[in-house]
Design a protein around this ligand. Structure first.
Ligand SMILES: [Zn+2]
Length: 378
């Protein structure tokens, strides 16, 4: 399944639709178990979020099911004496509306600053709702994030309804023939919601851009918004609270399966060293469970080094992208991420191996990695 210029959101979605189709054909007992979502979860919408305290006055806003499609990131809610700072604006207007409703359960102070950690739609397509709810809000992003949101990478949003409609129609037809597994059936209402949401989206880029970093001072609390280098995108920001030793990493870290779409493998390894050097007690990744040590970060660096080494050797032998991907063998490292789980294995290939191999191949060839223009859904 390919699209001309897939975004992260669309890429995740289309790649995983293919993954789910493959999953349906797997016959192992593990696959059958994975195909049935928990009953309680099946009743929840894809943008029903939860809020939980991380530290006094600091909350994690998230959807617990990290591998569910469409993906929805972790967000931070930092409640200060007179205002609230939020990290990441959610993947749809609906997600942002739900987020604000939950923020209202813990504080009545206004959100004055919203940070977008990067341009991928799951982190910034709720911006318009924050702007409408809090007219004085400042939306902060890296200058490259603003460029990508205001430019062609984000144009996929306009194409999303036309891309999604046939997928939904196809799933509906298969459902009527009884051909869908439970996990695929659950996609239908979620995709129908996404279709409605896609038509509501008004892309709202940051209005305060950061090159290297800025610090928000709120009483004794410092909120540092830092660009530690490229990695997952060309404009990754992390949010670091030195007093609380709490770090929000955006998608520089995504657990359990990293995202490799349009990423920068060489720089990413070094950027992660700078993340590690901050000395966080807790790192909240862009998606997935909060981390209390550097184990996952080091595993991600190891796999990035391995991808670069192997793909670099393939390029030196003159292999094209497809052959370099086929030659790539990450089996020694894969199990740490997939734990042998069938769904994770499919997503490992779709979200990580295929796109990161492409980026490593482009780097080894000395070719540019252009945001939002790749074949990662392939
Ligand atoms: Zn994300």
């Amino acid at each position: 399944m390919r699209s001309p210029a897939p975004s992260l959101l669309a890429a995740h979605l289309l790649a995983s639709l293919a993954s789910l189709a493959s999953l349906a054909s797997l016959a192992s007992p593990a696959a059958a178990a994975e195909a049935a979502p928990p009953a309680a979860a099946a009743e929840r919408g894809a943008w029903d979020l939860e809020i939980a305290p991380l530290r006094p006055g600091i909350f994690l806003l998230r959807r617990p099911e990290v591998l569910r499609q469409p993906v929805e990131p972790n967000a931070a809610v930092i409640v200060n004496a007179r205002d609230v700072v939020v990290v990441d604006g959610g993947g749809t207007p609906l997600a942002a509306e739900n987020a604000i409703r939950l923020i209202r359960t813990v504080t009545d102070r206004p959100v004055s600053v919203l940070v977008n950690t990067h341009w991928h739609g799951d982190h910034c397509l709720g911006n318009q709702v924050y702007r409408a709810a809090f007219p004085g809000i400042v939306i902060v992003g890296h200058e490259n994030t603003r460029r990508d949101m205001a430019g062609s990478p984000m144009k996929y949003v306009e194409r999303l309804p036309a891309q999604l409609q046939p997928v939904v129609d196809d799933l509906r037809a298969k459902e009527q023939k009884g051909e869908l597994k439970p996990r695929q059936r659950r996609l239908i209402p979620d995709l129908e919601t996404l279709l409605r949401e896609a038509k509501r989206i008004e892309v709202t880029p940051p209005d305060l851009t950061v090159r290297d970093g800025l610090t928000l001072h709120r009483g004794e609390r410092e909120i540092q918004v830092l660009h530690l280098g490229k990695g997952n995108t060309e404009g990754d920001l992390v949010v670091w609270l030195p007093r609380e030793r709490l770090l929000f990493s955006g998608d520089l870290l995504v657990e359990p399966i990293p995202y490799g779409f349009g990423s920068f493998p060489a720089a990413w390894i070094e950027t992660l060293d700078r993340v590690a050097a901050l000395g966080a007690e807790v790192i909240v990744p862009g998606h997935g469970e909060p981390m209390r040590d550097l184990g996952y970060l080091r595993r991600l660096q190891a796999v990035l080094r391995e991808v670069r080494a192997q793909v670099g050797a393939s390029v030196a032998r003159g292999l094209d992208l497809d052959s370099s991907r086929k030659a790539l063998d990450l089996s020694a490292l894969e199990r740490d991420f997939t734990l042998g789980d069938d769904l994770r294995k499919l997503l490992w290939t779709a979200w990580w191996v295929n796109p990161i191999a492409r980026s490593a191949w482009l780097e080894a060839k000395g070719l540019p990695i252009v945001q939002g223009a790749s074949d990662e859904t392939g």
